[in-house]
Write a protein that binds this ligand. Structure first.
Ligand SMILES: [Zn+2]
Length: 81
């Protein structure tokens, strides 16, 4: 039988997936894949880039251009696998 995890997230009325995400963030890991997370984020570099591109698409903003405005993504683009 799998070991029961007993911590601060055990008795919250949320899904197992969300508990996993909160535990990963508390450990300083990416909440999707469990790698070391990027500075000031809950994602690793690769998933942070995916998240930003997805939000840009969902909110209807223009496609990212090299010379366009916005936060530079040079630091996270290099971590792609
Ligand atoms: Zn990740």
């Amino acid at each position: 039988m799998p070991k029961h995890i007993n911590d601060q997230f055990s008795n919250l009325p949320i899904s197992r997936q969300r508990k996993y995400q909160l535990r990963q963030v508390a450990l300083g890991k990416c909440q999707i894949c469990g790698k070391d997370k990027h500075q000031n984020s809950v994602f690793c570099g690769n998933h942070l880039l995916q998240h930003r591109l997805r939000q840009r698409r969902l909110k209807g903003y223009d496609e990212k251009r090299e010379t366009g405005s916005g936060r530079p993504s040079i630091c996270i683009g290099d971590e792609k696998e």
